[in-house]
Write a protein that binds this ligand. Structure first.
Ligand code: LRH
Ligand code: MN
Ligand code: MN
Length: 424
């Protein structure tokens, strides 16, 4: 389905005076308003190809309706999101869940929707039907050289797909680890993983980056070979300047201070970017900002301050991706909410009075520091985010538009009631 310009205009016009009033109220207190609006317009968050269908858990999958049946329909779905919010102009592909069989046609289709290809993701955590050797006991760290070779070759194949599409980074997440004490020699596993990653690194084209994602546990429950940012950073440092640490918000042990991790990785020039999601217990992959929006804001506060200190471009110098899954929500509505939560946290962070905060820190004034941060966090920046979206040609309220124009109902008419998208 297509979203027509006149539908957007009609929808926005009906809300214009309400929006204008709240925008002016917020805007008059912001000195660098135009700079903030431009930054919000420039900021794009990649949508993962695996999150466009209803996900599941190991206990079951309850597929939705009108889900995309192939990569072309997934790109069309992201096109819908981007038409509404103008902040979803990128896709992150997971291979082999979504293989671009005809790269030129896929690339042209994405370009029609103003979508570029962000990081490509390899998958050596599942066995595929036609696969010669099993990843049951790991992939890049496997004790059997032949399994390692198969996993290395898969990663190189993923790089090749990415090159055809214009991606410039490969994300490697390994489920490699052990479930029981004694099962694995930790140093041996680390060394074998490093050797394997070195071969993948050597296959990276010049402009490419290697994103090394860590995760504390699951599916392995005793040790994970890349279990935390220390291990990831160790690999990234040993590999070289094209290797970075990717932070998936759900991959930490409870209560980890993620903003501190982010600040230090950024300082070291080793932060790859993010897989955004939210969680209460573990790798819950819930809608971004649905559980702990303050943490998200604190992360963005470190990002804005740290990137500005290093003279980095907010929109382009890190990888911004969502990694979520939806058991009870319409995936497109969920993704609209996730992108909105990211934009809100970013806008709030842009409002922080950095100079005043630095002064409070120098004075050891914890009260003033909290006031400064929470003043920004408690500012209702939704009119700013909406204004940036309107300036880019999007809609005032994406979820309301989606419901009013019955987007899912249209997709069901086109695709059918029983559809299962590839993914988690
Ligand atoms: C692992 C993970 C990783 C995978 C994705 C599907 O938990 O976060 O990024 O590629 O989920
Ligand atoms: Mn992830
Ligand atoms: Mn995860």
């Amino acid at each position: 389905m297509n979203i027509e310009k006149f539908q957007i205009a009609e929808f926005n016009n009906a809300r214009q005076s309400d929006h204008q009033r709240s925008f002016e109220y917020t805007a008059e207190k912001i000195p660098n308003l135009n700079d903030i609006l431009q930054k919000l317009q420039d900021f794009q968050v990649a949508i993962p190809s695996w999150a466009l269908g209803t996900g599941g858990t190991r206990f079951g999958r309850f597929s939705g309706s009108g889900e995309p049946r192939n990569l072309e329909e997934k790109i069309a779905d992201i096109g819908l999101l981007h038409a509404l919010n103008k902040s979803s102009g990128a896709i992150s592909l997971h291979i082999p869940w979504d293989i671009p069989e005809n790269a030129a046609a896929i690339k042209a289709l994405a370009a029609q929707h103003d979508i570029r290809f962000d990081a490509v993701n390899s998958n050596t955590f599942q066995d595929q039907p036609d696969q010669a050797l099993s990843y049951k006991f790991g992939s890049l760290h496997h004790t059997d050289k032949a399994v390692r070779k198969q996993a290395i070759e898969h990663n190189i194949e993923v790089i090749r797909y990415g090159m055809e599409l214009g991606s410039e980074s490969l994300t490697v997440w390994l489920s490699d680890g052990s479930c029981f004490p004694g099962q694995l020699n930790f140093r041996g596993a680390f060394k074998r993983t490093l050797e394997s990653l070195q071969e993948i690194y050597a296959a990276l084209p010049d402009a490419w980056k290697l994103y090394i994602e860590y995760k504390a546990y699951e599916p392995n429950f005793y040790s994970t070979t890349i279990g935390d940012w220390g291990q990831s950073l160790l690999f990234a440092s040993k590999l070289g300047p094209k290797a970075y640490t990717l932070v998936d918000l759900g991959h930490h042990l409870p209560n980890a201070n993620i903003e501190q991790i982010v600040a230090l990785l950024l300082m070291e020039g080793k932060l790859a970017g993010f897989h955004f999601n939210d969680s209460k217990y573990g790798d819950d992959d819930l809608t971004v900002g649905s559980i702990n929006p303050y943490q998200l804001f604190l992360i963005f506060n470190e990002l804005v301050e740290g990137m500005d200190a290093r003279g980095m471009n907010h929109a382009n110098d890190l990888g911004w991706m969502i990694d979520a899954s939806h058991n009870v929500k319409d995936p497109l509505e969920d993704l609209l909410q996730s992108v909105e939560a990211i934009m809100i946290a970013y806008a709030q962070a842009l409002l922080v009075d950095t100079k005043a905060l630095q002064q409070a820190q120098l004075n050891n004034d914890a009260v003033a520091a909290q006031e400064i941060l929470q003043h920004a966090f408690r500012t209702d920046v939704r009119p700013l985010v909406a204004q940036a979206r309107l300036l880019s040609g999007g809609v005032a309220d994406p979820v309301a538009f989606y419901r009013q124009f019955k987007v899912r109902e249209q997709l069901i008419k086109e695709r059918g009631l029983k559809t299962v998208a590839t993914g988690l």
